[in-house]
Write a protein that binds this ligand. Structure first.
Ligand SMILES: *Cc1c(COP(=O)(O)O)cnc(C)c1O
Length: 466
């Protein structure tokens, strides 16, 4: 399988290189040149398989040039046996034909574990084969940092440095990062804000000379193809559990960078009957504005109760635009260069093609809290604010009551206690047993000034073979 850039000018790459690469050299994102397609009969034959085996069937075509089947199977078994539920991604019923798929049973209680637990293993495997080492550098205001750290903690060929703004992430989120023990794990609290952290990461990628040429930086952010790939699997799992592929499904997806929902779009293209995908956003609603009015326009960032969806642009949306433009990289490049300067639209027939599958809704903090309260009152089930947005949007956008509607449950409610308090409920979400002692665990992090040279100096001194 070869991978090509959405902007049409970077060289095509194989899986190994795509795994180790962030943006393509032309500024685009890598996508498979062609997708595998499964017949209904084949999908049907996967009913009842353990998650790791289903994952093998769905993902192997993407990696087969780089990884022997048996090695990939072992990797998947290790990855998904670390999830605290037999079925890995259990379904909870809210109403007739309405479900939440709990994607938060992994080590850091958010769906990002599905991809990052696998990504760490894939990276180490490929680096071992190539006798290489990488330094992962990233900035986080919350979820991604802890999931990336957990994903890399057993890696022999990876050091990971995660920057977070000092005293500006919630205690649960900080502790999830700083209590993971490992010589290759380095948490840095920067005396600045999230943008300062992000800028330092960006500048370090731009000029890596501070590493002395002895290792190189790698990124595990949401544009990494391997992350998208791992997220395709649970759409198949949910569908098979509810009578697919012999009936079609609708999914509602709490959306930020458009990675998770793009995986659902790919599942459909690979043969899974999906009749509707709902893009559920918070007040940072660039995608909802595009889907409802064909106008793609950046606005100011707003801080909401669902911080993991606080974005101004959704980077993975470029991958959908590429398909909507008949995979014409030049057209995508022009469009996005214009979008950086002001509002843009796409041709009406292309927009209508997107609207056939996608609906959207933007849910503000008040409606988020209302939904948390309503679902708790009716079901005694506590939603985290991101999932609550998904449930609300699912109800507002539903096209057909006979089609099962599945909202992706992207985080455990105990990760976002503020939203529960805000919603007026007096219940306190409990951390699950494997995390119950989080507040007693020893923390390790280094506080550094908001200074690029200081941060880079720390990296160059502290990676394993420095
Ligand atoms: C990252 C995240 C999202 C958004 O997912 P995207 O793939 O960026 O659209 C939603 N909810 C939670 C809890 C997240 O951590």
């Amino acid at each position: 399988m070869r991978y090509i850039s959405t902007r049409g000018e970077a060289p095509a790459l194989g899986f190994e290189d795509v795994l180790l690469t962030g943006l393509a050299t032309d500024g685009g994102l890598y996508v498979p040149e062609s997708l595998p397609h499964f017949s209904l009969e084949e999908i049907r034959s996967w009913r009842g398989l353990p998650y790791a085996e289903l994952a093998f069937n769905v993902m192997y075509p993407f990696v087969e040039d780089a990884i022997p089947a048996d090695d990939f199977r072992i990797m998947l078994n290790e990855t998904y046996s670390g999830f605290a539920h037999q079925s890995v991604a259990p379904l909870v019923q809210l109403d007739s034909n309405e479900w939440v798929m709990e994607l938060f049973r992994g080590p850091t209680l958010a769906f990002k574990d599905f991809a990052l637990q696998l990504l760490g293993r894939l990276l180490d495997y490929v680096l071992e084969k190539r006798k290489q080492h990488v330094v992962i550098m990233g900035a986080t205001s919350g979820d991604t940092g802890s999931a990336a750290i957990e994903g890399c903690r057993r890696c022999e060929h990876v050091d990971i440095f995660i920057l977070h703004p000092y005293q500006r992430v919630s205690e649960v989120q900080r502790r999830q990062m700083t209590t993971v023990q490992g010589d290759n794990i380095h948490n840095i609290a920067v005396k600045g804000n999230f943008d300062d952290c992000q800028r330092m990461v960006k500048e370090s990628f731009g000029d890596q000379s501070f590493l002395g040429g002895k290792t190189q930086l790698a990124a595990v952010n949401s544009i990494n193809w391997a992350r998208i790939m791992a997220q395709i699997v649970y759409y198949f799992q949910a569908s098979l559990a509810l009578g697919g592929p012999d009936r079609s499904m609708a999914f509602s997806v709490p959306t930020g960078n458009f990675g998770d929902i793009f995986a659902g779009y790919l599942a459909k293209k690979m043969g899974l009957p999906i009749s509707q995908l709902v893009i559920a956003t918070n007040r940072n609603d660039i995608l909802h504005r595009f889907m409802s009015g064909n106008r793609y326009e950046q606005q100011q960032l707003e801080h909401t109760l669902s911080p993991s969806m606080d974005i101004m642009v959704s980077s993975n949306f470029e991958r959908l635009l590429f398909d909507l433009h008949g995979r014409d990289g030049v057209a995508v490049k022009d469009l996005l260069e214009n979008a950086a300067k002001g509002p843009v639209s796409i041709e009406d027939y292309r927009w209508k093609a997107a609207r056939k599958l996608f609906d959207s809704d933007a849910v503000d903090d008040k409606a988020t809290c209302d939904t948390i309260r309503e679902i708790y009152a009716k079901n005694e089930y506590l939603l985290d604010p991101h999932t609550a947005i998904g449930v609300r949007a699912a109800r507002n956008c539903r096209r057909d009551e006979t089609v099962p509607m599945i909202t992706l449950g992207t985080a455990h409610p105990a990760k976002f206690p503020d939203a529960i308090v805000e919603s007026g409920l007096s219940v306190k979400p409990q951390l699950p047993p494997h995390m119950a002692d989080l507040f007693e665990r020893e923390e390790r992090y280094t506080v550094l000034d908001n200074d690029l040279a200081e941060v880079q100096g720390f990296l160059s001194k502290h990676w394993k073979n420095a």
